[in-house]
Design a protein around this ligand. Structure first.
Ligand code: GLA
Length: 660
């Protein structure tokens, strides 16, 4: 009898176990068993059975063991082969999100929306999804950001599974090309690159390195240098202090055994003359996150020189969050933590290489990373940065939100922390660029220029198309606010090895997407801050960062931001006016467009597309010389139209110059 009971018990148990996989004639695929790294996510990495931040999945106060934690915008396209039965899930905002999280979930079958959650907020109970999949070929799962940006939009697909009878459903991804290099090698003969204008305040230390490629040794000369400046003829580093305001036209020569190059550049000495072209450099955040250390910063500075980046105009070495000690000194002075030994020695070293050094803090009690911020110590911290030899300050918002909440939240209150810091910086004996980082609140582009040189326009970027493209292509309405000394900052470059912490990974952007990223940022006159680890750059990454003709578009003296003139059928055309009367034009194949069903690449093919720009669209006439900027080759002269094939998520970047 006992044996029989055991047998029955065992038989029952087997039935229960196997029913998790096969229900009558159906099999069941839990979405969390898929390779969730393939989910396109505009922030972080989607996780199986965990929230995007790695916590237990929890929606509306209830926890769940199974599911996928993701972040809007999030896209997953599946082949369900017309043999699936249904899709079942619960959806909601994860409880780990802040109160401002708001998202919408969609399920689409063969381009048709079959489920829409409406706007969901933190605390809402999970909504049930049941979708009949009979006859359906492709299933798309989408999370959008509501209409308030994707800040904090932690989204969960809970207990999500597909029942099917034939082939196992599989993820559809778009194939990516192998890295391909378009930038020609720089010649051995000298070439002078980088910005043709630079500014500084009277009587404050001046540092400018002539950016020149070509074999070393090289001899530099500068004619008409303003009084107070001197040039190191071997390194091309110009230092000193100029007392008298004015615009100085300096004739620079670089010579080596292969030849000679010459260029005239303008040194502007005067008040408020910083960042006359968008700052170019590196920032520690996208690679090291809070694990940044003095050694890593020093290695990055060394790499900027040894990789040759310095010869293309790359200048700033910016330490982001994570350098601060947990307590101030008895006199209130901010201290460095155990990962750093001596900021002044570090900046001396960086300056000796001909580079500049930046630092980060927040107007709040704490920084975004939870380190000490500058609240009530603004003047003292600015003094300390001056003493440390800092050239650039990124001033974040984060916990300042707590102070802001106590106010009437007026326009003035948004500006206040940046006015305070800008005044503190202006009292210093050195120039310190002020970079505002408050993600675009209160239309910062309309007033940021009164308190600093650049301002972040969006939340944080990450290394996905969903993030980079959404941020980059959304800058079209801010073009009018960019001008010399004032720049919209769509966040740092996510190419090379990134990681936001101790372990890095190669960027998730495809090679074509990386061309789009650099081309778009160049057109946008955006600050160019390398986010990857410079000590491990491959040839492809380096080729993206050392194309002088592309960089010249970004650094153009006119300081105009490109305007979007066409956005249609997944194609965008952006045009930037240049100082010499030419125009830089980016022709982008963004693939998908904003309509919910067109957000997916349904056939999973990296289709090239043909894009055309006519002189009529550009409001111009006459003959133009067309040059491909990535390959640095003249294409042809044309007097009506230019048409080209553009890779999926890729770009063709040209310059057209009137032929007189
Ligand atoms: C915010 C900023 C980032 C970075 C971190 C540091 O998130 O937007 O760029 O500076 O803070 O904690």
């Amino acid at each position: 009898m006992k044996r029989k009971i055991n047998f029955l018990f065992l038989f029952g148990l087997m039935c229960i176990i196997s029913s998790a996989q096969t229900t009558s004639n159906f099999s069941q695929l839990w979405l969390n068993d898929l390779d969730v790294s393939k989910i396109e996510t505009s922030w972080g990495f989607s996780k199986a059975n965990k929230s995007i931040n790695g916590n237990i999945l929890s929606v509306g106060g209830q926890s769940y063991n199974k599911g996928i934690g993701t972040h809007a915008i999030s896209k997953l396209l599946l082949n369900v082969n017309k043999t699936a039965v249904d899709f079942n899930a619960l959806v909601g905002v994860d409880d780990e999100a802040n109160n401002n999280a708001s998202i919408e979930f969609y399920v689409l079958c063969d381009k048709k929306v079959v489920f829409h959650s409406g706007l969901m907020k933190k605390g809402d109970a999970a909504q049930k999804v049941h979708v009949n999949l009979s006859g359906v070929n492709k299933l798309a799962l989408l999370v959008t950001a509501g209409n308030d940006g994707n800040d904090n939009d932690h989204a969960d697909w809970l207990e999500a599974y597909i029942r099917y009878s034939g082939q196992t459903p599989s993820i559809i991804t778009t194939p990516a090309s192998k890295p391909y290099i378009l930038t020609p090698k720089t010649p051995d003969s000298p070439r002078i690159n980088g910005a043709k204008i630079t500014g500084a305040s009277p009587n404050k230390p001046f540092l400018y390195t002539i950016a020149a490629t070509g074999k070393r040794p090289m001899q530099f000369k500068a004619k008409n240098l303003p009084k107070g400046l001197s040039l190191d003829s071997e390194t091309g580093i110009i230092t000193g202090k100029v007392a008298k305001s004015g615009n100085y036209e300096v004739k620079i020569t670089a010579q080596n055994s292969f030849g000679k190059a010459q260029r005239t550049m303008t040194i502007v000495i005067g008040e408020n003359k910083l960042a006359l072209t968008p700052p170019m450099g590196w920032n520690s955040w996208n690679c090291w996150g809070l694990s940044v250390s003095q050694d890593k910063v020093k290695a990055s500075a060394d790499a900027m020189v040894s990789s040759g980046l310095i010869n293309h105009g790359w200048t700033y070495i910016n330490i982001d969050d994570g350098w601060e000690a947990s307590e101030r000194a008895a006199d209130g002075e901010i201290q460095i933590n155990e990962k750093f030994t001596d900021m002044r020695a570090l900046s001396d070293y960086i300056h000796s290489l001909g580079l500049k050094m930046g630092i980060y803090t927040s107007p709040g009690k704490l920084t975004c990373g939870g380190y000490l911020g500058s609240l009530h110590h603004e003047e003292q911290d600015a003094d300390t940065y001056n003493k440390w030899g800092i050239d650039y300050l990124k001033y974040d918002w984060c916990s300042y939100g707590n102070e802001f909440e106590k106010t009437d939240k007026s326009h003035h209150e948004y500006m206040k922390p940046y006015i305070t810091m800008s005044e503190a910086l202006s009292h210093q004996s050195r120039d310190i660029v002020h970079s505002l980082c408050q993600y675009g609140m209160d239309d910062v582009w309309k007033w940021g220029g009164q308190t600093g040189q650049l301002w972040r326009t969006t939340g944080d970027i990450t290394d996905t198309w969903e993030s980079m493209a959404r941020i980059g292509f959304a800058q079209y309405d801010k073009a009018q606010y960019a001008q010399p000394g004032n720049w919209n900052d769509p966040d740092m470059l996510v190419i090379g090895h990134v990681g936001w912490g101790p372990s890095l990974h190669p960027t998730r952007l495809t090679p074509d997407e990386q061309y789009t990223h650099v081309s778009l940022w160049a057109l946008l006159a955006a600050p160019l801050l390398i986010g990857g680890d410079m000590s491990q750059m491959d040839d492809f990454t380096l080729s993206l960062l050392t194309n002088d003709e592309v960089i010249a578009i970004n650094q153009d003296v006119l300081g105009k931001q490109a305007r979007r003139i066409i956005q249609k059928d997944g194609k965008e055309i952006w045009v930037k006016d240049l100082e010499d009367g030419a125009k830089a034009i980016g022709l982008f194949n963004v693939g998908e467009s904003d309509n919910v069903s067109q957000l997916f690449n349904w056939d999973g093919k990296a289709n090239k597309t043909s894009i055309e720009i006519s002189w009529k669209d550009l409001n111009i006439s006459g003959k133009y010389q067309i040059r491909d900027l990535w390959t640095q080759k003249d294409i042809k002269t044309e007097n009506a139209v230019f048409e080209t094939e553009v890779s999926y998520h890729g770009v063709v970047l040209i310059k057209i110059t009137p032929i007189k």
